[in-house]
Ligand binder design. Sequence first.
Ligand code: AP5
Ligand code: MG
Length: 192
Amino acid sequence: MFNLILFGPPGSGKGTQSEKLIARYGWKHLSTGDLLRSEISRQTKLGKAAQTYMDKGRLVPDEVVIGMITSALDENPDANGFLFDGFPRTPAQAEALDEMLQKRKEAISVMLALEVSEEELVKRLIKRGQTSGRSDDNNDQVIRARIVEYQTKTAAVSDYYKQFDKVVMVKGEGSVSEIFERLCMEIDNRLN
Ligand code: AP5
Ligand code: MG
């Protein structure tokens, strides 16, 4: 079983590349952002609570996303692998994920970390905000807040996996297909 964390700041291309990766490798895609937006569109209690954080560009509390991922792992016992997108986002989430996987006699195979300049991130998110309907994309201040949350809380997650020698940096600028090829090369080197 292959368990990949696709890591990177907001707008680095995690969602774009995840779609292509699951089409090629057949893993189960677990995006906490997508799961939260689905809760919001169904107006669940969890969704309403999460929205107040997301609209400000702040991280949703750890226990909420950890609970969602625990359920998703339980609901997919036959998956040939998981692609974690936008999770874990704090060291506490990373530790919880490791524990969940250990219980299933599994582990993270690799973390591929997309590197993109801040200028490019902001440019991409503002552009997407014109059409995405995502409330956290069409306000410059919220986009900046998301990047600050990444720098202050999430960047440390790559240090956590570095201690286990599991982090590979991948250049996240260029065309979508160029970046996809870079990711596939790193994955194929580690399969089997
Ligand atoms: P989430 O949905 O995870 O959003 P994010 O991390 O802010 O990142 P995005 O989804 O905006 O970017 P992406 O890296 O997926 O890039 P994409 O492929 O879309 O989280 C949203 C919120 O939910 C968080 O702020 C938080 O509140 C909450 N949340 C989620 N997970 C959480 C967790 N674990 N803990 C706590 N809270 C959590 O690409 C971006 C744009 O760029 C697109 O328009 C795309 O078309 C374009 N693009 C992609 N690749 C390229 C390229 N190579 N060249 C040019 N443009 C490109
Ligand atoms: Mg995304």
